[in-house]
Design a protein around this ligand. Structure first.
Ligand code: ZN
Length: 202
């Protein structure tokens, strides 16, 4: 099982971190050991002082494929979930400055929070809204109609380089409003008005 993540897939989020809007998807990966399931708590790691939340829509791949063509891309996912791409922003900044890979900032244990999955809504192409509460206050409010690269474009792009396998996950990018967490914080993710995710920081 592979976990793909997409960086800077919402223009407003690219801007808030002073990054250029990309001309092709920015792909990185996390290992399966990064998964944090079943609303378990997140333990703040000792190697960072600036862990950020990033709420994202996650696609679950339902069949194997390579070099997927645009007209078939939508048949490769049928369930979605919410995820948090926890990021050690201080560590990531150092990696970016040096031009180094950023796995230690993005792919560490518990960095991929994942909710239970739900069926892909019938009308998903009109946009899926999702939001994050931190200690009860709305901090991120996104809609997939604002994606720079659509679900189908991501499937085509990723499968040029990597064989998609049933069960693989794609974290499709975070909208604006990312920010730090501290021990004691509670994060709650909503798909539409339905709560799918809850995560306490310990
Ligand atoms: Zn992310």
């Amino acid at each position: 099982m592979k976990i793909f993540c997409i960086g800077r897939n919402y223009a407003e989020h690219a801007k808030e971190l002073n990054n250029a809007v990309p001309t092709s998807p920015i792909v990185f990966m996390k290992p399966p050991t990064a998964l944090l399931l079943d609303n378990q708590p997140f333990f703040y790691p000792e190697f960072s002082k600036d862990i950020h939340y990033e709420l994202e829509i996650v696609l679950k791949i339902c069949k194997n494929g390579k070099h997927v063509q645009p007209e078939f891309a939508s048949t490769y996912y049928d369930k979605i979930a919410l995820g948090i791409d926890f990021t050690a922003r201080d560590v990531q900044e150092k990696c970016k400055e040096k031009g180094h890979p950023w796995e230690i900032a993005k792919a560490f244990d518990q960095s991929a929070v994942l909710s239970s999955t739900v069926d892909l809504p019938q009308n998903y192409q009109e946009g899926i809204s999702f939001h994050l509460l931190k200690n009860g206050i709305k901090v991120q409010d996104g809609n997939t109609k604002d994606l720079i690269f659509s679900f189908n474009q991501l499937i085509c792009h990723i499968s040029k380089y990597f064989t998609l396998q049933q069960g693989d996950l794609i974290y499709t990018g975070t909208p604006s409003g990312v920010g730090p967490v501290q021990k004691g914080d509670k994060l709650e993710g909503f798909l539409g008005e339905k709560q799918l995710l809850s995560c306490e920081v310990k």
